[in-house]
Design a protein around this ligand. Sequence first.
Ligand code: BG6
Length: 492
Amino acid sequence: MSLPKGFLWGGATAANQFEGGYLDGGKGLSTADVVTAGSHTVSRRITYTMPDGTKHTQPIMPYEEIPEGAVCDVQEGYYYPSHIGIDFYHRYKEDIALFAEMGFKCFRLSINWGRIFPNGDDETPNEEGLKFYDDVFDELLKYNIEPVVTISHYETPLTLVNKYGGWLDRRVIDFYVLYCETLFTRYKGKVKYWMTFNEINIMGMLPFFAGGVIKATPQAKAQAVHHQFVASAKVVKLGHQIDPENKVGLMIAYGSTYAYSCDPKDQALAMETTQNSHFYSDVQVRGYYPAYKLKEYERLGVKVEMASEDAQTLKEGCVDYLGFSYYSSSCVSSKPVGNETGGNFVSGVKNPYLKASDWGWQIDGIGLRIALNRLWERYQKPLFIVENGLGAVDTVEEDGSINDDYRIEYIAEHIKEMDKAVNYDGVDLIGYTPWGCIDLVSAGTGEMKKRYGFIYVDRDDQGNGSLNRSKKKSFNWYKKVIASDGEDLSND
Ligand code: BG6
């Protein structure tokens, strides 16, 4: 079997993890620019200064709170991986030529808000920033590669954090809407696929990453994400008004959650855990808050302030498609089991039937088919797998080759299940963009050694290396997969 003609094969990236050029072309600082590197065992940290001049840091995981009055800033003596990234800002032509060589039909990238509105609350956009993305889109279109754009991917202009407290402040909705209006107008005819917020559900875990929110209470997170829901809905409507060709989607982090056993208590817990992800897509696809969340807010004493027009705004701004990331599945147990494992910003109980990556993310191709079916049954809206892949340590052999068979095996297993979901189950899936198609900085750990790419980038965790690009074994393999529309997955 193969995936339909016109299927959007490609790869995915995010500005703050690969562009670099953090102050080039008039760009302002963003939240990502004040987050240091970490590792598998040591959390990345946010740096900030208090009004009395004392300098501090705060781990991103587990995130507690940055105190009121703190000013997040870049400080001497720390390494901030976003500042150089992998230097796509200066090397985009070379990188796009490599994507074209693999046969990409689309390329997912995010726009760095601070390139367009350096402070976030500026009245007029920064022409140099707009021009940069014009050049990138033109380069992609030269090779018939469709840009797929995330409007906000884990970076919020730092001024919006230090001056307004990030998305906790309702005024940020208007700044974001102006930013989007600027993008839709400028790139009309060049970009059709948009996503409003990367992994909007991460607000529940990492509010600083998700929206520059320094508070960590359930109340603050609920309020901030409400503002993002309203902003997203306004922007869906606006996107259609500016260009009826636009498809504006949501993006959530998604994984299959299994009950650890057939104990009904475990099953109920799995249901509740899944609801935690569905809450975000329910609001954006259906246009209203689901009852289970309203009840939870009642229990927690959370009172979301809503403007009188918000309900109508949500109803009028339902998304066109669902983008989601899928890396692994997890198990939940109602009783202590004592063998926790990692995942994409989440943890769960180890599944005895699955292997895991070196970072403890459990590898589960079948879980992708389950996820696709669950989302399709629930919403009947086109689905787009905008992230999937294996973070692994790659070895460069003496002859320069990189034999990443483990990555080929992982992606092949997931494509097989994707194929089943489409051709056996009838799911409407429009595309597949494996994460970090070119090696980039890890969001969770800030490492370079956690690599996902088909293209190797010579850079290490301390920022050393030539930044030269080279093809891994998976490069030609993925090229063949795309050319056969997913039919030829052999690794020879
Ligand atoms: C997703 C994010 O959560 O997972 C990406 O959208 C991130 O930004 C990716 O890089 C993989 O996670 P990590 O921590 O391995 O980089």
